[in-house]
Design a protein. Structure first.
Length: 353
């Protein structure tokens, strides 16, 4: 089942590509490699020997790495293609009788897996930086975080870890644990195909360009002095416009949208928000939305709205994002806040959850 579904999905991603024409071919190759890996296991169980000697596991992370970079429109550098080299060399040495007799090439396996762990660290670094950039550029991060890729990486890391453990434990002990390892190796490709099937098809947001780099607080302060634009009075003027025109209520609001509405450069607006509030664009906009939500709760004309209905009116598109933002800002749930509001002002309201 895993072999068939991963191969089918792989061909589908390569041929159709959906709305991620740059990244999906790499995801398709990953799935086809995963299908081949599953087929290897099936044939080994049937014939009790290796039928195909092509090793593809060292290509898993590299293909996902390229998928990530292409999806977020991050520049792929020339040296990134060298990441395929360990897998190529591994297959050459494995299938060469001459090279197999040289001790150095026996050590390549351990060296290459060490490089795999380093690639995992690099992978997580890119994902973390991307998540930070999202909060500087978008008011909603729904379907944009690529957090599901972290789960894929953890599963692949676990697979390599079990491979390493199996290689270093004594042969007799390995035979005793063979049944457990076989179950783990069966669950590994199935779980990967499941995660990709659930998430990759619903990855609605594809980044057409790399999100701009946001500077550190020290760099922001330096720019503040240089530009002479980032004054408190300047920020207060812009904030009055944002609140008066309720620009924050646009559900798909981005830093670019707001900068165009305010006639200010994106970078300068980002610096203004960060230096005057200490918040990211994401946190700042959500804070304004929460304040407007609290205001609407006290207005008679909005009594029949549900809590999430009001949240949508102030700009939230996701119930989970709204509840999380409210909890972080007010240290209580929206329902708890409403109960406290009723008891303090004796308001008779009909808000539902």
């Amino acid at each position: 089942m895993t072999f068939g579904s991963s191969t089918m999905f792989g061909i589908l991603f390569i041929s159709n590509r959906f709305n991620n024409r740059k990244g999906n071919p790499f995801l398709g190759l990953f799935l086809i490699s995963l299908g081949y890996f599953s087929l290897q296991g099936i044939l080994y169980d049937f014939y009790e020997k290796e039928v195909f000697r092509l090793e593809v596991s060292l290509f898993f992370l590299v293909l996902l790495f390229f998928y990530l970079n292409k999806t977020i429109s991050r520049t792929v550098k020339n040296w990134h293609y060298l990441l395929f080299l360990p897998g190529v060399l591994m297959n050459i040495t494995t299938n060469s009788l001459v090279l197999n007799r040289i001790m150095f090439f026996h050590m390549l396996y351990e060296i290459f897996y060490l490089l795999t762990f380093l690639l995992i660290v690099y992978f997580f670094k890119i994902l973390s930086e991307h998540e930070l950039k999202l909060k500087e550029f978008y008011s909603s991060t729904e379907k944009k975080t690529l957090a599901w890729l972290k789960n894929l990486i953890i599963i692949i890391f676990s697979f390599h870890f079990f491979e390493f453990v199996e290689a270093i434990i004594p042969t007799k002990r390995a035979d005793e644990l063979e049944f457990i390892f076989s179950i783990l190796y069966s669950l590994f490709p199935f779980s990967l195909v499941y995660l990709i099937g659930v998430n990759a098809f619903t990855q609605s947001h594809i980044f057409e360009y790399e999100l701009p780099y946001q500077k550190t607080k020290g760099e922001l302060n330096e720019n503040l002095n240089q530009l002479e634009l980032e004054t408190e009075s300047r920020f207060n003027q812009l904030e009055k416009t944002i609140v008066k025109e309720k620009l924050f209520t646009q559900q798909t609001l981005t830093l670019r949208d707001l900068s165009l509405s305010l006639n200010i450069k994106e970078r300068n607006l980002s610096i203004l928000i960060k230096s005057n509030t200490g918040d990211s664009f994401y946190a700042y906009i959500n804070r304004l939305r929460i304040e407007e939500f609290k205001h609407l709760l006290t207005q008679p004309e909005y009594q029949k709205f549900s809590l999430f209905g009001l949240a949508q009116k102030v700009g939230f598109s996701s119930k989970s994002t709204f509840y999380k933002a409210f909890q972080e800002i007010e240290n209580k749930t929206p329902k708890s806040y409403l109960v406290g509001l009723k008891s303090s002002s004796n308001l008779k309201r009909t808000h539902s959850i």
